[in-house]
Design a protein around this ligand. Structure first.
Ligand code: ATP
Ligand code: MG
Length: 391
C-alpha cells in the first residue's frame, strides 16, 4: 500500500505573496533533515508538502524528524488512493485495520478541497463509516469524543486516508527571518530561548564564554551537548567559543565587587555584538527573565542594554521558571542543563551583588579601566565550530 506523509503549514499558509519564499525555505529544511534517511520525492500543493519515501520503512523515522521542523503545523501518515470513492472504500479497511482493531469508538471526517468530486463530505463520511462498521463490528461511532478520527481528504490528484494526525513543531521555517546570535550557557534557560527564536524562523548561531582554568573542559562539552540537542530544531549551527578569563580577572581587579556581574554582562554583550556584526547576525538572544537573579532585575537589564546597539531578544522575559522547565523537558535539554558544572558567570560571583545598579554608577565603575583592547583580543581569539544536524 502506498503510504506518504502530508506536512501541512500553519501560519505560513497566511503569508499571501510571500508564501512561495516561505515554502521554498521549508522544503529546503525538510530535504536537509530527511536526507540521511534515503531518497524522497516532494510535491507541494494546497498548503501541504507531500513527501513520498523511496522505501516505506523509513516513514516513522521521517515523522519523528519532521516533528522538529518549524513551519509544519501538522503531520499525517496517509494512504494514497485513486480519486474515486470505490478506491477509498476498497483500501481503507485494510490500511486502518491495526488502529481500528485496538479502538472502541471512531468517526469519519471528510475534507473535500476538490469541490468537483461527485460526493459531498457528509455522504463520504456516512458511506465510509458504514463500510468500516461492517468490517469492524466491535466499533461504535462517537462523533464527540472518538478514540480514532479517520480522515478522508479529496485533494488535487488523489484521495488520502489517515488516522494518524500529529501536531507539528509550528512556527515559521528556520531561515525565513534572518540570523541572530544566542548567548548560550550551560543553564536551563538559554537553550530554551534559542529554541523559541528558531521557532519564529530565525537562524540561530551560538556564542559561549569560557574562563579556563576556572571553568573546565567538561563544562564546555556540556554546552556543546546542549547545542547538539537544539540543532534538530534550529538547524546546523555555528558555535563560537570566547576566551573570557582575562576580562573577568580584570573586572575583578579593577571594579567594585558588587558591580562585577553587571559589568561582566555588559562586556559579554560587547564581544557578542562584534561577533554578531562579523557573522551577519542582526540581534542577540539571551535566556534572561525579569527578576530571576540579581543580574536580571529591570535596573540590571537596563544597565546591560545600555551597551547594546542591536536588539536583544529575550523570549523568556515574562516566563516563570516552571514554564521554562516544561519547555526544556519537551526539547530534551533539561537533564543536560542540570548537570552540575561551573559556568563563567558563577566564578568570581560577588557575595553581595548590587540588585538595582544605577547606570551612571556602572558606567563610572567600568570607566576605571579601558577594556577596548581586551575585548578586541577576546574577539580575535574566539574559535568556531559547526554543530551539525546529522546525528
Ligand atoms: P541560563 O539558565 O540560561 O544559564 P541563568 O538563569 O543561569 O540562565 P545567567 O547566568 O544570569 O542566568 O545568564 C543570563 C543569560 O546570559 C543566559 O540565559 C545566557 O543567555 C547568557 N549567558 C550566561 N552565561 C553565559 C556564558 N558562559 N556564555 C554565553 N552566554 C551566557
Ligand atoms: Mg547561567
Amino acid at each position: 500500500m502506498k503510504e506518504i506523509i502530508l506536512a501541512k503549514y500553519g501560519e505560513m499558509a497566511l503569508k499571501g505573496l510571500n508564501k512561495n519564499g516561505f515554502e521554498d525555505i521549508l522544503l529546503k529544511n525538510i530535504r536537509r533533515r530527511l536526507k540521511p534517511l534515503g531518497s524522497f520525492t516532494y510535491a507541494k500543493a494546497q498548503s501541504t508538502i507531500y513527501i513520498t519515501p523511496a522505501e516505506e520503512d523509513v516513514l516513522e523515522d521521517a515523522m519523528e524528524r519532521l516533528g522538529k521542523v518549524f513551519g509544519i503545523a501538522a503531520l499525517c501518515r496517509a494512504l494514497v488512493c485513486e480519486k474515486r470513492f470505490d478506491s477509498v472504500a476498497e483500501r481503507a479497511p485494510e490500511y486502518l485495520e491495526e488502529v481500528l482493531s485496538g479502538a472502541r469508538t471512531f468517526k469519519v471526517e471528510a475534507k473535500r478541497s476538490d469541490k468537483a468530486f461527485p460526493m459531498k463530505s457528509p455522504e463520504i463520511c456516512r458511506e465510509l463509516g458504514g463500510i468500516l462498521l461492517d468490517k469492524f463490528p466491535h466499533l461504535t461511532v462517537d462523533v464527540n469524543h472518538p478514540e480514532v478520527i479517520v480522515t478522508v481528504e479529496i485533494r488535487d490528484t488523489n484521495a488520502y486516508v489517515h488516522a494518524d494526525r500529529r501536531p507539528g513543531a509550528g512556527g515559521l521555517p528556520v531561515g525565513s527571518s534572518g540570523r541572530a546570535l544566542l548567548l548560550l550557557s550551560g543553564g536551563i534557560d538559554s537553550p530554551v530561548a534559542g529554541y523559541m527564536m528558531a521557532k519564529r524562523g530565525i537562524c540561530v548561531s551560538a556564542i559561549h564564554f569560557i574562563s579556563p582554568p576556572y571553568t573546565s573542559e567538561r563544562a564546555l562539552l556540556k554546552v556543546e551537548t546542549l547545542a547538539e540537542k537544539i540543532v534538530p530544531y534550529c538547524g546546523s549551527m555555528a558555535f563560537f567559543c570566547v576566551p573570557f578569563t582575562k576580562i573577568q580577572e580584570t573586572i575583578k581587579d579593577q571594579c567594585p565587587e558588587e558591580l562585577f556581574t553587571v559589568i561582566m554582562r555588559r562586556l559579554m554583550m560587547e564581544v557578542a555584538q562584534q561577533i554578531a556584526d562579523r557573522e551577519g547576525c542582526l540581534a542577540l538572544i539571551t535566556g534572561e527573565s525579569v527578576g530571576q537573579v540579581a543580574s536580571q532585575t529591570m535596573q540590571a537589564l537596563c544597565a546591560t542594554d545600555a551597551v547594546c546597539r542591536m536588539p536583544v531578544f529575550r523570549p523568556l522575559i515574562g516566563m516563570d521558571k516552571t514554564e521554562i522547565i516544561a519547555i526544556s523537558r519537551k526539547i530534551d535539554t533539561y537533564d543536560t542543563s542540570i548537570e552540575p558544572y561551573e559556568d563563567c558567570c558563577t566564578v568570581f560571583t560577588p557575595r553581595h551583588p548590587k540588585v538595582r545598579p544605577r547606570l551612571e554608577d556602572v558606567e563610572r565603575a567600568q570607566g576605571a579601566f579601558d577594556f577596548t583592547e581586551l575585548v578586541t583580543e577576546a574577539v580575535t581569539n574566539t574559535t568556531m565550530k559547526i554543530i551539525r544536524t546529522d546525528f
